[in-house]
Design a binder for this molecule. Structure first.
Ligand code: NAD
Length: 428
């Protein structure tokens, strides 16, 4: 990766690109183009606080690569947001969209802010002011924001409204993850877990076929994180007959050898905001990651499996529902220990896929039924999972490298079709 930007996260992104580039058939132009983000916008976002004082917060919007279409990516409100993180996440989005063959490039945005400390009115003003600052680079044909950590449907509603006010035209396709009443899509709330489940169900029989006979079936599951993605994932695997033996949230981790009552966990989590302490034996938060289960589903934070604990992971398969739960340096240890990793850019791409459906519905003016969204999501996820699996088998690489190879070759095809010199001239 370039020496111009020195950062662990971004260098980690570069390591994954290099692994894919070693086996992919790509032009030098493509690799050169992908060494740096296409544009990095840094803004100050002023906020009039409820007490009348003024504060300013750093905000970012990074468009990594838009060769395959308008760039797409979430907006994060978090105290740790910085340019390194945002550009790394924009890089991952570029590959996620290409891996799923969506007509989008990748982007990401964020504000460095403790949003939990803001009142609702302050959060609304901050969201609107941020859009004012980045309005020149976003739009339905250029760059389309969506929710990410600590931003939700309500925030997207404010943002799309502000963008429409600035443009003096209703522009629903400028933002996805909106409330239904403002042009959101049915099925968006469960899309990430639904997509991950389609990936799992497509790969499980294939993994069984290549595994030892007595290890053929995946039966037991541990899930880290019980939010939007994790709780829905727990429901889907439990309904499909898996035994969810452990689950955690930011308050606790619980374990039951014979299986947790997932319906009750969801109910209590919804009612109390935390997992019930009496659901099973209490585990240390790290212990969940090291359980002897068939399937481990990290669905909470980044970098939870690191070089420190990777050798203690005993799951046979790790399904990355969270973004970046495995540090780059831990990939090799897991591979050496025979742990199959189903990579985030495939596993959690159901969210961006339904965001694409939302954008398509907004552009055509025709809303789709829940069944249509679900059917299209299933077809997309199964189809692209098969492509990644075949690539991994044919080129004898991990599923992660295969997912990057598929993305990279698709980007390369687009770069070659347009000509990289022309791309730069057009500023895209
Ligand atoms: P969320 O905020 O709804 O849920 C996060 C969950 O993680 C909460 O239950 C929280 O209690 C738990 N958590 C926090 N710290 C924890 C810890 N130390 N140990 C165990 N659990 C902890 O978020 P979400 O939308 O479910 O997203 C979860 C992950 O999935 C993130 O990495 C996100 O980037 C990724 N993802 C989400 C979507 C989506 O559409 N929701 C799409 C793609 C990727």
């Amino acid at each position: 990766m370039s020496t111009e930007i020195k950062s662990t996260l971004f260098e980690g992104a570069g390591a994954r690109l290099e692994a894919a580039a070693a086996v992919a058939e790509v032009s030098e132009d493509t690799l050169e183009r992908l060494r740096l983000p296409q544009s990095v916008l840094k803004v100050s976002v002023p906020l009039r606080m409820d007490d009348g004082s003024l504060q300013t917060f750093p905000g970012y919007r990074v468009r990594y690569d838009g060769t395959r279409g308008p760039t797409k990516g979430g907006i994060r409100f978090h105290p740790r947001v910085n340019v390194d993180e945002v550009q790394s996440l924009a890089f991952f989005m570029t590959f996620k969209c290409a891996c799923l063959d969506l007509p989008f490039g990748g982007a990401k945005g964020g504000i460095t802010v403790h949003s939990k400390e803001l009142s609702l009115a302050e959060k609304e003003r901050l969201s609107r002011n941020y859009i004012t600052k980045i309005a020149d680079v976003i739009g339905p044909d250029t760059d389309i924001p969506a929710p990410d950590m600590y931003t939700d449907q309500m925030v997207m509603g404010w943002m799309v409204d502000e963008y429409s006010i600035i443009r003096r035209a209703q522009s629903p396709a400028a933002v996805t993850g909106k409330p239904l009443s403002l042009g959101g899509s049915l099925g968006r709330d469960t899309a990430t877990a639904d997509g991950a489940f389609h990936v799992l169900r497509t790969l499980a029989p294939k993994l069984a076929e290549v595994a030892d006979q007595d290890e053929a079936e995946l039966r037991t599951v541990a899930i880290q994180g019980f939010g939007n993605a994790g709780a829905q994932m727990a429901k889907l695997v439990a309904d499909a007959g898996y035994t969810v033996v452990a689950a955690s949230d930011s308050t606790r981790a619980v374990y039951a050898e014979d299986g947790l009552d997932v319906a009750r966990l969801r109910e209590r989590k919804h009612a109390d905001g935390e997992l019930p302490a009496d659901a099973g034996d209490e585990l240390g938060p790290e212990e969940l990651l090291e359980l002897d289960v068939d399937l481990l589903v990290p669905a909470a934070l980044e970098d939870v499996i690191t070089p420190d604990n990777a050798s203690r992971v005993r799951a046979r398969v790790v399904l990355e529902v969270a973004n970046g739960p495995i540090a780059v340096e831990a990939d090799r240890t897991l591979e050496d220990n025979g742990v199959t990793v189903i990579p985030d850019i495939l596993a959690n791409a159901g969210g961006v896929t339904v965001s694409y459906f939302e954008w398509a519905q907004n552009r055509s003016g025709v809303p789709w039924s829940a069944d249509e969204v679900a059917g299209r999501l299933e077809r997309k996820m199964v189809e692209q999972t098969e492509v990644v699996w075949d690539c991994a088998r044919e080129r004898d690489v991990t599923l992660r490298t295969a997912a990057y190879v598929i993305g990279l070759e698709r980007i390369s095809e687009a770069v070659n079709a347009t000509g990289s010199v022309e791309q730069f001239r057009n500023g895209r």
